[in-house]
Design a protein around this ligand. Structure first.
Ligand code: 6PG
Length: 249
């Protein structure tokens, strides 16, 4: 049974950061109480940066179980980790370098690898090792953070991509011609739908049309195909991104 999305509209990007930090802390606390650890897949792009920075400040920096947190990435651009477009670089600068997650519990997708298909397969293997999944099982993240592109993509799952039809592999390399960095490595829908929580962070007037398409018009988009089979689905939007939702104008 697909979860009905929880939609939270907040005033501005700072409020998205506050609300998402609160969600992450709640997810982490719940997960550690249940299983002894918290597994999260971090989102890339621009929007999550402010959330990551918020987590490095009180009360979150003191209350998050960092030593029991395992951090992965939802996707990565095929660039070196010090490249301005690297999702790892953004997360390391805004979060990972400032909190006490043990380095061996941070799993970077090797965007610098000469063969993105090999890098994708290696990342999938690391997930199997950490989650202890058997053949045919899919890692269940406690929380996957996602963004929404103006074309409806999420992670690096773009409209029209063959990756949208992937039902076996958990990580694939893709070529997204429309993207600034076209070659990318991404988690696939099997992983997104296995998650306990999927949380979309969406900010800005430029997203209003695609938000309406996704949340009101029922458009078939990668972002609307990402649905937890047995978990929570949440959209945290600011007013600008939610401007075309009913009752918002
Ligand atoms: C990426 C992200 C991508 C992002 C959306 C929204 O690597 O770029 O995985 O899916 O979340 O493009 O990006 P913004 O937050 O920059 O609008």
């Amino acid at each position: 049974m697909d979860a009905a999305p929880e939609i939270t509209i907040v005033p501005d990007p700072a409020a998205i950061a506050e609300e998402t930090a609160r969600e992450i802390l709640e997810a982490a606390t719940t997960a550690v109480a249940a299983s002894g650890r918290f597994t999260i897949a971090l989102a890339g792009g621009f929007t999550p940066r402010e959330t990551y920075e918020r987590l490095t400040l009180a009360p979150y920096v003191d209350r998050m179980p960092w030593e029991r947190t395992w951090a992965f990435f939802g996707d990565e651009r095929v660039v070196p980790p010090d490249h301005p477009e690297s999702n790892y670089r953004m997360a390391a600068a805004s979060l990972l370098s400032k909190v006490a997650i043990p380095a061996e519990q941070v799993f970077r997708i090797q965007g610098e690898h000469p063969d993105p298909d090999v890098a994708a397969a290696e990342y999938a293997r690391r997930m199997v090792e950490v989650f202890g999944t058997r053949r045919g099982e899919v890692p269940r993240f406690d929380l996957v953070l996602l963004g929404l592109g103006v074309d409806g993509h999420t992670a690096s799952l773009f409209p029209g991509s063959l990756a949208l039809k992937e039902v076996f592999r958990t990580v694939v390399a893709v070529h997204a011609a429309a993207a600034a960095i076209p070659t990318r490595i991404t988690l696939t829908f099997p992983v997104l739908s296995a998650a306990a929580r999927l949380v979309f962070l969406i900010s800005g007037a430029e997203k209003a049309k695609i938000v309406k398409a996704a949340l009101v018009d029922g458009a078939l988009l990668p972002a609307t195909m990402a649905r937890p089979a047995d978990g929570r689905l949440r959209f945290i939007l600011d007013r600008a991104a939610a401007a075309l939702l009913p009752g918002r104008s």
